[in-house]
Ligand binder design. Structure first.
Ligand code: XIL
Length: 357
């Protein structure tokens, strides 16, 4: 073979590879975007008198047109999945990075969606300077107050609700979760943070938000007692969130009853982070079980007086936290990796359409 022919073949091969890479990139960027059903979830939800929302993943929101299209078409509320967490906003002390949070709020605003701010105080995703800092009580209170005011104040009038206190109840139901906050501030910081939040935006609805307190259990009893105590001391609590990170163990016992007891306190209730993780290799049976669980959650919310809505924690398996954080599990959302509807989507839509009956 002549040298020239070899060069030609090599060039052709390179051109082919480049074209292939381009095709992959273009396909990736354009995945999704087609309607999943004639009537979107948010229209069914509106009819039924509740909201339906999703967590929004910040990179997907920026880079994937199909993701943006489907998010706006299906959902009436948006929760930034990570963009408002302390480590995202202030990785280096005093250097605030608002890009992701601002983009999410702008996106929602342009599309008439309600934003749920998430989250002010949590034990996870703290910047190192904060989590590993050596604080006196007075210093940490000051830092926390400044953060609460700064973040909620920035979005005053634009973020309708805040998960102010996230996962502060101990998993065994014995008081508050041990964390930087309890170690330095003691056990009575919750009311203060809520009051600072109220000052920063008097019109925003202020929530506590809990993980694994969905059914009736020692933990949800402790959650309930905490909310009751806060209300009794006059702290501004407008709502209680229930994350509802489920798997094929199903909806925990007493789920609806639990939502109802909080609702009966006269505060709002929301399902804030619904997903249903499947074990890897799950087939049609598991997808059907998952669909039933999504539908059951929708029915429970619809039957509880002050349940205002359901937020899913990601709406496509392509961008779900489960794969990244729970090895051996995945496929937890309503749409598959190509943003096509799974049985869970249809069952969830049907339950919203049926309105809790
Ligand atoms: C998760 C995000 O989805 C992940 O991307 C991140 O790596 C970890 O946090 N409870 C909460 C959410 O309140 O903020 C968490 O979100 C999931 C559990």
């Amino acid at each position: 073979m002549t040298r020239r022919r070899l060069v030609t073949i090599a060039l052709l091969a390179v051109a082919l590879l480049v074209a292939f890479a381009f095709a992959v990139v273009i396909r990736e960027a354009n995945v999704g975007g087609e309607p999943n059903a004639e009537v979107p979830l948010k229209a069914h939800a509106r009819e039924a008198g509740i909201d339906v929302g999703t967590a929004a993943e910040q990179n997907a929101l920026r880079d994937y047109p199909g993701y943006r299209t489907e998010l706006a078409r299906e959902f009436s509320t948006l929760t930034p999945e990570n963009a408002m967490k302390w480590d995202t906003l202030e990785a280096e002390r005093g250097e605030l990075r608002w890009e992701g949070a601002d983009a999410a709020v702008r996106f929602a605003r342009d599309r008439d969606m309600l934003v749920r701010g998430h989250t002010i105080l949590w034990h996870n995703q703290l910047p190192r300077w904060l989590g590993e800092g050596d604080w006196t009580r007075a210093e940490l209170r000051r830092v926390l107050r400044a953060h609460t005011r700064r973040v909620i104040g920035r979005y005053r009038g634009r973020v309708a609700e805040w998960d102010v206190l996230n996962e502060i109840v101990a998993d065994d139901g014995k008081g508050l979760r041990e964390s930087l906050w309890t170690r330095v501030l003691g056990d009575d910081f919750a009311g203060d943070v809520l009051r600072w939040a109220r000052e920063a935006d008097p019109d925003a609805k202020l929530y506590l938000n809990e993980i694994a307190a969905d059914g009736i259990s020692p933990k949800s009893d402790a959650y309930f007692a905490l909310v009751q105590a806060l209300l009794a001391e006059g702290a501004p609590v407008d709502g209680a969130g229930f994350q509802a990170h489920f798997n094929l163990d199903g909806v925990p016992d007493g789920f609806e009853e639990n939502l109802r007891r909080f609702s009966d306190l006269g505060i709002d209730v929301r399902i804030t982070e619904l997903d249903v993780a499947l074990p890897d290799g799950a087939g049609d049976d598991e997808l059907a079980q998952q669909a039933d669980i999504y539908a059951e959650v929708a029915r429970a919310c619809l039957r509880v007086e002050r349940c205002r809505g359901i937020t899913v924690w990601g709406f496509t398996d392509r961008f779900s936290w489960i794969e990244a954080t729970q090895p051996g599990f995945g496929a937890a959302t309503l749409l598959d990796r190509d943003l096509d509807p799974k049985p869970a989507y249809d069952a969830f839509a049907q339950a919203l359409r049926d309105g809790g009956g």
